[in-house]
Design a binder for this molecule. Structure first.
Ligand SMILES: *[C@@H]1O[C@H](CO)[C@@H](O)[C@H](O)[C@H]1NC(C)=O
Ligand SMILES: *[C@@H]1O[C@H](CO)[C@@H](O)[C@H](O)[C@H]1NC(C)=O
Ligand SMILES: *[C@@H]1O[C@H](CO)[C@@H](O)[C@H](O)[C@H]1NC(C)=O
Ligand SMILES: *[C@@H]1O[C@H](CO)[C@@H](O)[C@H](O)[C@H]1NC(C)=O
Length: 493
């Protein structure tokens, strides 16, 4: 017990003694090293010697990747190693001191800068702080400094939000060329063992490569170390908040093509989905840089959906218009009938349905013809419209009525009849009455035909709109499918 206490005191005394001795020696060593030292001078004894600076980059935190302004903010620990030939000492002469700490501003430092810095507040030279350096007896200097970098980074938005970003940090000496200060990478990659977890980005790899660049100004090479942080966006946030609602909306959007135009809701549904899609487009647009080089996949997808929904709304308006325009006498033009009802219907697999519909329509036409009792006026208006005469809009003009109603002999004529009792004139009047009655009979029969034509035109328009809707549904589903395949194939594994 007592022996332990004594040895403890001895140890403390020894340490203090050694410490004071060491401190004295340190001061002596410091004086020895720095009296003749000029921090402006490159620390080589031969003017042709190269100072090789080795850079070790440790990524501590990815603070933010600003997609809109295209810069990456990182917290990095930088460590530089080089040999300072003026800072060597003999350990036996200086009490075995093997490590010395000096403020880095007291000695020569390589003027390493971040080439692609976009920091508005600090200049490139101010990015590194004046921390201590560690000296070794053989002249090896190790300078560790933490730094906050804001570096330019070209954002690739093609596959947003399943994108991989490729941001580089380029370090190099600003004024010394490659024959004076040779910048090399300590390891071929960034150290990420102290990395703080980022909720948005996952580091895939971070290689560091040394480049030599010849600038137009000078003949000497300018080496640099470029470390690239390749990181993948964690897409869960975007899947949950952007992609899933978008997919659900697209599903509802596809139902626009299924809704029959008679319901009257087709156009408003298309419009509502269109509006929601526009909102999503705005949200996406807010998060990406306004570039005209590429359109991200998500935007392409939303854009294609918007185009299809717009088309659907237009078609819906068109078909609804066909349904409710007057009595719907006009049949679809011949090219539309053959093109859509024959070929397109075959292509989308609705030909059977169409044949069934037209057959049943023909049957019902026959049935209804027995109790078709269209009025003369209706028949007339119908006829007029069918033949495209201008008077076919509804009621008849008084002139036509006059013409059509059998002209009864007027008072004058009657009196003249009585007066002359001319049988020839009577026959003439009778003949005229007969002609008019004939015309009436024709009208009644054509009224039946007219009903049939109307039904037929209605059905044909309905079928045309159905076939077009089916075609658009198929295009829509195919487009959605291919966009999904394209989008998910671009997701890096
Ligand atoms: C260090 O100093 C001792 C004593 O002065 C000397 O013997 C030794 O050679 C020196 N070592 C070097 C590497 O100069
Ligand atoms: C320095 O180290 C050597 C060998 O380790 C030792 O013999 C010598 O006593 C030490 N000198 C001092 C001042 O501690
Ligand atoms: C990162 O960028 C470099 C240089 O532009 C390129 O060579 C490399 O293929 C890119 N890597 C990825 C994963 O995009
Ligand atoms: C600089 O370092 C690189 C790699 O370590 C080496 O290949 C190159 O020769 C060196 N340049 C000079 C001028 O020493």
């Amino acid at each position: 017990m007592e022996a332990a206490t004594v040895s403890f005191y001895l140890f403390v005394v020894c340490t203090i003694f050694q410490g004071t001795e060491g401190t004295k020696e340190h001061i002596r060593l410091m004086r020895h090293l720095l009296t003749e030292y000029d921090p402006m001078v490159r620390p080589v004894e031969e003017p042709n010697s190269v100072v090789t600076v080795s850079i070790r980059v440790t990524l501590h935190q990815i603070r933010d990747l600003d997609e809109k302004n295209q810069h990456l903010t990182t917290n990095v620990w930088l460590r530089f190693f080089w040999i300072d030939e003026f800072l060597r000492w003999n350990t036996t002469e200086f009490a075995n001191i093997s490590r010395l700490h000096i403020l880095s501003s007291k000695i020569w430092r390589p003027d390493i800068v971040l080439y692609n810095s976009v920091d508005e507040e600090r200049t490139a030279a101010e990015l590194l702080s004046d921390t201590n350096v560690e000296l070794s007896p053989n002249g090896l200097v190790s300078w560790t400094t933490p730094a906050m970098f804001k570096s330019a980074c070209k954002i690739q938005i093609d596959s947003y939000p399943f994108d991989v970003q490729n941001c580089s940090l380029k370090f190099g000496s600003w004024t010394y060329n490659g024959f004076e200060v040779n910048v090399t990478s300590f390891k071929p990659n960034i150290f990420t063992d102290n990395l703080m977890n980022n909720g948005e980005w996952e580091i895939l790899s971070a290689p560091c490569v040394r480049n030599e660049i010849y600038y137009s100004c000078c003949d000497e090479p300018y080496p640099d170390v470029t470390c690239t942080v390749i990181m993948r966006r964690r897409p869960l946030f975007y899947i949950y908040n952007l992609v899933v609602p978008c997919v659900l909306l697209i599903f509802i959007g596809s139902l626009v093509f299924v809704l029959p135009p008679e319901s009257g809701e087709k156009v408003s549904l298309a419009m509502t989905v269109l509006l929601a899609m526009t909102v999503f487009m705005l949200v996406v647009m807010e998060n990406i840089p306004p570039t005209s080089e590429v359109v991200p996949l998500l935007e392409q997808f939303i854009g294609a959906t918007i185009v299809l929904l717009t088309l659907s709304a237009v078609i819906a308006i068109f078909t609804v218009n066909c349904h409710y325009r007057g009595q719907g006498q006009q049949r679809p033009p011949k090219w539309l009938r053959t093109g859509v009802l024959t070929y397109l219907a075959k292509a989308v697999g609705m030909r059977k349905h169409i044949i069934l519909e037209t057959d049943s329509q023909r049957l019902s036409q026959h049935d209804s013809s027995s109790h078709c009792s269209g009025s003369i006026l209706h028949a007339l208006s119908c006829n007029g419209r069918e033949q495209g005469t201008p008077g076919g809009q509804g009621d008849l003009s008084p002139r036509e009525m006059d013409e059509l109603l059998p002209k009864l002999p007027s008072q004058n004529q009657l009196s003249s009849l009585e007066a002359h009792s001319n049988s020839i004139q009577a026959t003439d009047v009778l003949l005229r009455i007969h002609t008019k009655l004939d015309l009436l009979a024709k009208m009644v029969s054509s009224s039946r035909d007219c009903k049939g034509v109307e039904e037929k035109a209605k059905t044909e328009w309905r079928l045309v709109s159905m076939v077009l809707d089916r075609m658009f549904l198929i295009i829509f589903v195919a487009l959605v499918f291919f966009t999904f395949v394209a989008m998910f194939s671009q997701i890096p594994s």
